[in-house]
Ligand binder design. Sequence first.
Ligand SMILES: [Zn+2]
Length: 143
Amino acid sequence: MKICPKCDSQNANNAAVCKNCGASLNEVPDLSDAVADVEQKGRKPAWAFLCALISFASSASKGLLPLESEEVTSTHYILYFVSCAVSILFLVFCALLLRGIFKKKSIPAIGLAAVLLCIVCAIMVILDVFSLPSTIADFRALF
Ligand SMILES: [Zn+2]
């Protein structure tokens, strides 16, 4: 895409003159790559938010497991460990996608939401890590 320097209308990459005003476009750089780059970067915070959401859901779903009741089976513990692993994995994806977001002048709202959710997930993961030794001990006690 070429932007006419005279009237700002958009023209095809291979256009020699502006279709609107006829000005020469030979000196005008092709903006397609720059536009694609900006669009690509704009999508990153949305992906980060999705990863944080999956991490949060996976971490929160552990609350549904009856680990405190008497009907606990080894399957419940395996589900607990799997949801911990999924939660940590997607938290890492989220952090990787959010890298460099603060270098930008304006952070999109979805980016801020992703950062906040990422922090909540990080706290949940830290709590999981602290409760892991006793969870493993309880798991071993089943056998
Ligand atoms: Zn023009």
